[in-house]
Design a protein around this ligand. Sequence first.
Ligand code: C2E
Ligand code: MG
Ligand code: MG
Ligand code: MG
Length: 288
Amino acid sequence: NADAAMYQAKKLEQDNVYFYSNDLTESTAKRWSIENQLREAIEKDDFILLYQPKVCSNTELISGVEALIRLPIKNDVPVYPSEFIPIAEETGLIIALGKWVIEEAIRQLKAWQNTACGHLSIAVNVSSRQLYSKGFTKFVVEALQNAGVDASQLEMEITEEHLIPTNQENTIKETLTDLTDIGIRLSIDDFGTGYSSLSQLKSMPISILKIDKSFIDHIPNNKQDTAMIKSIISLAKNLELQVVAEGVETIEQLIYLRDNDCEIIQGYYYSKPVTYTEIQHLIENKKW
Ligand code: C2E
Ligand code: MG
Ligand code: MG
Ligand code: MG
């Protein structure tokens, strides 16, 4: 009857509202908690930088490292960059976080001067929001000068996605040019996953191209992927860019990349991201 139907409908609606708001509450709570952790870490300078070696495929020597940020683990629950970097970008906290990363990397370069690690370069990841922020280049120049570190030892990785043209494209290109003018090397990160055009690639002052892990995963068996890898390597060579393979996990992948002239290898095959002390051990003991 009508009353029962009405009751059903109302109940359904309430249930739906209940589930909907429950989900929403959960994701909002998680987001809020990550945002708070970020704010707290910024306030207390309480982040961690791990370093992953970049290894020369011919000599098997470490030529540099990539700095990857971590939040201190709270209540046994690690929160990874894939979760907190997007939140940092949306909230603008990426500016303060990014400054911490650059200053810490420069501090590490300084500490490594005149040691067995003195030749290493450190690559930091940079979001477009940082590049748009006012005074970014000035901040970097001053940080290098204050520490007495050469700009040529600092690299910046920018994902292809962040190089896609927007109405702010000119600002970004000017900043990139300023950064290269002072001697910083720029790499295009996760290459192949975005939609940057070849002409954009040509017009950007980039010196390193990092092939995304998704192209590496199925080599040497997948024909499409090996074709892609060869094309990307030859594109990089023709544009006089250094080429780095990301996410190399197996010896088969390594051999294939080396045989096809990929200069630099990064991935779990050699090492996961580790602390600066462990990098020192790797360099001193020439582990592989
Ligand atoms: P990315 O810059 O492309 O860094 C490579 C990611 O792949 C890192 O994840 C690294 O740990 C992981 N990786 C490296 N080799 C292998 C491998 O052989 N197998 C597998 N499965 N994974 C591998 P991570 O550290 O979780 O960072 C994820 C992303 O978060 C980075 O991707 C970067 O886009 C961003 N990120 C990390 N640190 C920072 C930072 O300080 N600032 C900014 N803006 N972004 C950062
Ligand atoms: Mg990177
Ligand atoms: Mg990458
Ligand atoms: Mg990535």
